[in-house]
Design a protein around this ligand. Structure first.
Ligand code: DQA
Length: 147
């Protein structure tokens, strides 16, 4: 079995650290990647960490995760709230999918209160800033070991 956890990030997360830091914190995406790498390594896993601003690219990567990853951690960012195509791609996966958000979208504007991704996710971690990713990696590792 692959021990690679895909960590995929959607639009605008390349601006982490400078983008609305009062909501998303001051850690950069590189900082988040380093945290994910350290957490995964400690648990005996490796990660493939990527970010894109393009919906189709994100969907291609989700499809790639279907056969290349043992679990998927996904911060879909804005596409989580809008993309049925992303949901359809996620529905093709049999590996655990952990939806991950830095902020707590349920406590923000009404249009953030639900995501299409949640319909296909195994579980959701949100509201803990960069720490959400660490918790999501932990969940991904644990779930991927289940028979
Ligand atoms: C986000 C929450 C989304 O509502 C928003 O569109 C983002 C970031 C988060 O990590 O808190 O871009 O996914």
């Amino acid at each position: 079995m692959s021990k690679i956890i895909f960590v995929l990030n959607g639009p605008n997360l390349n601006l982490l650290g400078v983008r609305e830091p009062h909501i998303y914190g001051s850690a950069t995406l590189a900082d988040v990647e380093a945290m994910c790498l350290a957490k995964a390594k400690a648990l005996g896993f490796s990660i493939d960490f990527r970010q894109t601003n393009h919906e189709g690219v994100l969907i291609d990567w989700v499809q790639e995760a279907r056969t290349a990853a043992c679990a998927l951690v996904l911060n879909p960012a804005g596409y989580g709230h809008t993309s049925i195509a992303l949901l359809d791609a996620l529905k093709s996966l049999t590996i655990p999918v952990i939806e991950c958000h830095l902020s707590n979208p349920a406590a923000r504007e009404a249009f953030r209160h639900s995501t299409y991704v949640a319909l296909a996710a195994t579980g959701l971690v949100s509201g803990f800033g960069a720490k959400s990713y660490e918790l999501a990696i932990e969940a991904a590792a644990t779930l991927s070991l289940k028979p």
